[in-house]
Design a protein around this ligand. Structure first.
Ligand code: OAD
Length: 248
């Protein structure tokens, strides 16, 4: 792994336009469980039921009770870890331009990154199904489930549920940035959900190098990734940043 980190550091230090694709794994060390794999959320609840928009619209109280309420408890208190902070430093160094994240936790922005495409929306806001008013999630009162807007409509998170489209602007911009980057750093995603998992394929086909950080292999590992750092996000990013600093 040390060789992969050294080589990745050399490549990244020379990059002009590095784009990141991040997934739930980058926030595991911030105390947020991933969706798949050991300890994953989808081991406990069925995503095709509780993360599906049609099911939510028919059963909002149940989905709030089983899924959204607990997410709020965890995300209200989560803080960026060293992996998020390392990416913020890469932006300050003028290497990293944009993060495309599948995460809804807002931790990249909290760490200091300024251009973050929230591919699956954000949990920081709820909006009313009736009047569309937006309310910060931290201000939502959970004494009643589901929580209601002052107009009487039900609140829902501003996230993309299964069965919903990725906002067009986010999708197009992500595709464009993937095609234009010189390196794509893919951190903590199982690369199983489309269309986000296609971004490294676009980058690779457009000539970018793909560097993957993940303790487990993914569908990208054998054909798409040029370099694989098989480790957890925070310690891997710390080692990578130490190497990059020594090259500056
Ligand atoms: P997953 O839960 O599918 O995958 C998490 C990935 O993180 C796996 O490949 C793990 O091996 C890796 N991982 C675990 N711990 C890690 C650590 N400490 N450091 C680095 N990597 C670690 O999460 P995503 O790929 O983000 O969508 O899932 C994609 C989408 O599926 C989510 O955005 C969500 C979900 O259903 C929607 O809800 C629409």
């Amino acid at each position: 792994m040390q060789d992969a980190i050294k080589e990745a550091a050399r490549e990244i230090a020379e990059a002009k336009n590095l784009v990141v694709l991040s997934g739930a794994g980058i926030s595991v060390e911030s105390g947020i469980p991933p969706f798949r794999g050991p300890g994953g959320l989808w081991e406990k609840i069925d995503p095709m039921k509780y993360a599906n928009v049609d099911y939510f619209l028919k059963n909002p109280a149940e989905v709030w009770q089983v899924l959204i309420k607990d997410m709020k408890e965890v995300l209200d208190h989560a803080q960026p870890n060293d992996a998020h902070l390392g990416l913020a430093r890469l932006e300050r160094l003028g290497i990293l331009t944009t993060i495309i994240t599948q995460n809804v936790d807002g931790l990249h922005q909290k760490a200091g990154n300024t251009d973050v495409i929230e591919f699956h929306g954000t949990f920081a806001w709820q909006y009313c199904l009736d009047c569309s008013k937006r309310i910060p999630t931290s201000e939502v009162n959970l004494s009643q489930i589901p929580p209601y807007c002052e107009c009487g409509g039900i609140l829902r998170p501003d996230c993309v549920f299964f069965g919903e489209m990725i906002p067009t602007q986010d999708l197009y911009r992500s595709q464009q940035l993937s095609a234009a980057c010189d390196i794509m750093l893919v951190i903590g995603t199982s690369a199983l959900v489309q269309p986000s998992a296609h971004m490294p394929v676009i980058a690779k086909n457009s000539g970018a190098k793909i560097i993957e950080i993940n303790p487990a292999r993914t569908p990208l590992s054998s054909q798409i990734s040029d370099l694989i750092i098989m480790g957890k996000a925070a310690p891997s990013m710390n080692s990578l940043m130490d190497e990059i600093n020594s090259l500056q």
